[in-house]
Design a protein. Structure first.
Length: 251
């Protein structure tokens, strides 16, 4: 009976503690840099969490001059980029990107939504671009890996959106397999209007597990009886367990 009990206990613990789950990286810990002749300082709004609701984003409203561009990163004319420093290396899971998704009294801004973009990732040793240089494609160095190169859906906007309406991302990118990543860069080449006006992006979320973070919970103080097992979870690592006492009834 003891052998059966302890075998069952080990199996249950192994199942419960090996389930590592990626989480959305807190945007407040991400440093954003942009190269654009227009709105360099607004890159930080791309990772602002104040308008996040789970995996949706609240549409900002633009009604110049009373409501200027404050809720989203803007860049233009074309051929600008934004680079995000995650602050540490992560094993990435998913990247979610929103186009401008701006509520407005007409559809005049829809042509400014980003169209052709590429997304690149790199680790601590990446060759970083200089904001002092002219506009160009900076992420061709071998230290960078391209994870997306294509067209970003235009998304809703204008009169089709109300202020603070929840919007789904226009791009959901499976980023698994990209480990040891510290930098995520978006290089945009055109907007939906095909003009030299501003190019707008709304928001980004990045899911991942910090490199070196234990995926196994630490369990101690195991107490057993014939039909009962209790143990303490003291360090959850990146598992789905919560700290505290876990009790199992064994039939």
């Amino acid at each position: 009976m003891k052998r059966k009990l302890f075998t069952l206990l080990i199996v249950k613990i192994a199942i419960m503690t090996s389930m590592a789950s990626a989480a959305t990286i807190d945007g407040s810990t991400i440093t954003a840099t942009a190269l654009s002749p227009w709105h360099i300082t607004q890159a930080s709004a791309l990772v602002a969490t104040t308008r996040e609701v789970g995996e949706q984003y609240m549409a900002p409203k633009w009604d110049h001059p009373s409501t200027p561009f404050t809720d989203f990163y803007t860049s233009g004319p074309n051929e600008g980029w934004v680079m995000l420093d995650l602050g540490a290396e992560y094993a990435l899971d998913e990247i979610r990107l929103w186009n401008a998704n701006v509520a407005h009294g007409d559809n005049g801004l829809m042509g400014w939504n980003a169209r052709n973009i590429s997304i690149h990732v790199a680790g601590d040793s990446a060759v970083l671009p200089s904001t002092a240089a002219g506009l160009a494609n900076y992420f061709t160095d071998a230290s960078w890996t391209s994870v997306f190169d294509g067209e970003l859906a235009q998304g809703p906007g204008g009169t089709d959106l109300a202020q603070d309406q929840l919007v789904d991302p226009q791009l959901v990118l499976d980023a698994t397999g990209n480990n040891g990543i510290r930098y995520v860069a978006i290089d945009h080449d055109s907007n939906w209007g095909g003009t030299a006006g501003p190019t707008l992006l709304g928001h980004i979320q990045i899911d991942g597990v910090r490199s070196g973070e234990s995926e196994i919970a630490v369990i101690s103080a195991i107490r057993t009886a014939l039909h009962f097992v209790e143990f303490e979870v003291t360090d959850v690592g990146a598992s789905e367990l919560l700290p505290g006492t876990v009790s199992l009834s064994l039939d």
